[in-house]
Design a protein around this ligand. Structure first.
Ligand code: FES
Length: 648
């Protein structure tokens, strides 16, 4: 039996089966509802409201009783008075009759703002797929050599290629026709000097490839000319799997709880990648068939979820992946639409939780070529840290949680329009200044009220600024003695700081930073700090010579705020750099350089992974690192800032 469900304000409507929950119904109808926990009923972000009445225009009578009974989890997550107003959590509520559902502004998924920065790097271009133009002597009755052998002969003679022993089936299908129609003059695209993956008529100078960084939140693609190494088109999109859970663990859970969950997520990703490739090819005036190589990087869970490999063992101890080595699969086997005979190359994985994205960061930043000690922090839902120099590198992975990306924060949101991204607080008056994504200037009285929440960089800024202004102390507790209307007791009885008044927001509510938010950030930053501390100790040094903050999120970070809150160890601020999407850069490098692929394979094996969370004194160190910037360690490079913090 089916029921009509209408979502407003998008107006999407459709019929869903009896018993389907509202989150799934929204997915089916193409409505994006925030669901950071992937429907595990713990985040409370999928709040919707059922509208009651006879909606003649839509031909339905919508009733709250057409939904399943209120669950205990909903009572816990919904705010006072919301139950009476027919608010529900979409993932807890199943459809039992016709309903009209209103999705409030703060529950709507927003389009991610994409960072496409990256550094240009010098590299010697030597891709795995190269084009070779050949002219053959036509077959005659006296010379009946087959077409493949004839091509091989010229390739050996003209280009000294003696090992081209394979030709893909799909190339053979049209081979006789292509060669003859082109008057025996063709361009042969060869993979690894061994296998013919494309034969094109006439001269085709440039082979084209695509590099893709499959992030949990953002997927960034780069179209590159494999002859020149130049990246000509960049495009990004939100990871389409995000509707199934914002972090990798919720997606793994989704795949375990739903029979077709893994397949759905894998197909969503492949479809997204196909659109990305098509979009870039079109922009460059190419067809997808012109793309003859593809490199992919991503964390281990993304790797499994894209390749349709059951990820459950990646999510539980001892976190062993299906395979760690780099692999080359035929694009067609994965359903990726590009030149049919071409390969897709996944860079190697380092360890269970340290994926090919981190290997890509390594080959981009090359800490293994440095004399000085380099600390590379790839910030994401899972923080990945590498430390060392040319002699030895250690890596670890820290469960930072999604707080640094805006999830599990009362008014946290993704880096999308309407998110507060930068914050300053006047140390005297405690009044804040903030800037919203999508707006050029800092917000001022009288501007359109667009603030909707706070994204990761805004959270790091606001917490560091609250500490610098004396709103919170070293331990993260609020200073109750301050005389300012910006600090109050929240509904839960705990203190909170009002960053933006309701009149300045588009959600009609004060945007606040709660004691719980401060704690969540303390936990995340402490995890990163401890990870770095263990690795430095393991390497026998007390401080890094330079720090690299990587990640799509990394280049937005205010490095001073990061150090003031003690997310990174002390280091000369001039030697702290946010490098943007280094994983994407690594994927590009592997696309245009065989040597970089070999380097990736070597580094994935050479870097020693250290499990830090099981160290006996982890709890003690973690507790010390919870303080701002740290309970015991000194930060001489920012002491001048710390000295100005008002004392209670
Ligand atoms: S509580 Fe519904 S998606 Fe998290």
């Amino acid at each position: 039996m089916g029921h009509t469900v209408i979502f407003q304000p998008s107006g999407r409507r459709g019929t869903v089966e009896d018993g389907v929950n509202l989150l799934e119904a929204a997915r089916q109808l193409g409505v994006d509802i925030e669901s950071p926990c992937g429907g595990a009923r713990v985040c409370g972000k999928c709040k919707v409201r059922v509208e009651e009445g006879d909606f003649e225009k839509f031909g339905i009578i919508s009733k709250a009783s057409n939904l399943s009974a209120l669950m205990e989890e909903e009572r816990e997550e919904l705010e006072k008075g919301e139950v009476e107003k027919n608010y529900r959590l979409a993932c807890c509520t199943s459809v039992q009759g016709d309903v009209l559902i209103f999705v409030p502004e703060e529950s709507r998924g927003a389009q991610q703002v994409i960072l496409e920065t990256g550094r240009e790097r010098d590299i010697s271009v030597d891709p795995i797929v190269k084009n070779y133009y050949i002219e053959m002597v036509p077959a005659t009755l006296d010379d009946q050599t087959d077409d493949f052998m004839r091509m091989k002969g010229v390739l050996a003679e003209k280009y000294d290629l003696h090992n081209v022993d394979y030709i893909d089936y799909f190339v053979t299908v049209n081979l006789p026709e292509t060669i003859r129609a082109a008057d025996w003059k063709v361009t042969v695209s060869i993979w690894d000097d061994k296998e013919i993956v494309k034969v094109s008529p006439g001269l085709v100078e440039d082979p084209w490839g695509v590099a893709i960084d499959v992030g949990s939140t953002t997927v960034a693609g780069y179209l590159c000319n494999l002859r020149t190494g130049e990246s000509t088109v960049k495009k990004s999109m939100m990871n389409p799997q995000i509707t199934y859970g914002e972090d990798v663990l919720s997606r793994i859970t989704y795949s375990m709880m739903n029979d077709d969950g893994l397949e759905k997520m894998s197909s969503a990703m492949i479809e997204g990648i196909n659109n990305l490739i098509k979009g870039m090819a079109e922009e460059a005036g190419l067809s997808v068939e012109d793309i003859v190589d593809l490199t992919l990087v991503g964390n281990t869970a993304m790797h499994h979820l894209l390749l349709n490999i059951d990820p459950k063992y990646v999510g539980r101890a001892p976190f062993a992946p299906a395979f760690k080595c780099s692999v080359d699969f035929k694009a067609r086997d994965l359903g990726i639409k590009m030149n049919k005979a071409s390969y897709v190359h996944w860079l190697p994985i380092e360890a269970g939780f340290v994926g090919a994205d981190n290997v890509a960061v390594l080959i981009a930043e090359e800490p293994y070529n440095q004399d000085g000690m380099m600390l590379v922090i790839d910030i994401g839902t899972n923080g990945e840290i590498v430390f060392g120099n040319r002699e030895k590198l250690f890596s670890t992975s820290c469960a930072t949680g999604p707080a640094l990306e805006g999830a599990q924060i009362r008014f946290g949101m993704r880096a999308a329009p309407g998110a507060i991204e930068w914050v300053k607080i006047d140390p005297e008056t405690k009044e804040p200044k903030f800037k919203i994504i999508g707006e050029e200037d800092w917000f001022k009285e009288g501007d359109e009220p667009l603030a909707k929440g706070i994204c990761g960089s805004g959270i790091i800024d606001v917490i560091a600024e609250m500490f610098k202004a004396g709103v919170i102390d070293k331990t993260g507790r609020f200073n109750k003695k301050l005389d300012t209307p910006r600090i109050r007791h929240g509904e839960d009885g705990k203190m909170e700081y009002i960053l933006s008044y309701a009149r300045e927001t588009s959600i009609g509510k004060d945007i606040t930073v709660t004691q719980g938010d401060v704690r969540a950030i303390q936990l995340a930053k402490s995890a990163l700090y401890c990870g770095a501390e263990y690795l430095m100790e393991k390497r026998g040094v007390s401080k890094p010579d330079q720090i690299v903050l990587a990640g799509a999120f990394g280049s937005y970070i205010n490095k001073e705020s990061a150090m003031v809150m003690g997310m990174v160890p002390n280091c000369n601020l001039d030697n702290v750099n946010a490098v943007g999407n280094a994983a994407g850069d690594g994927a590009k490098l592997a696309l245009v350089s065989k040597a970089k692929r070999a380097e990736a394979q070597k580094m994935a094996l050479d870097v020693e992974f250290i499990e830090t969370a099981t160290e006996p004194d982890f709890q003690e160190r973690f507790a010390n690192a919870m303080a701002f910037p740290h309970r015991k360690h000194e930060f001489p490079s920012i002491q001048h800032i710390l000295d100005k913090i008002p004392q209670k």
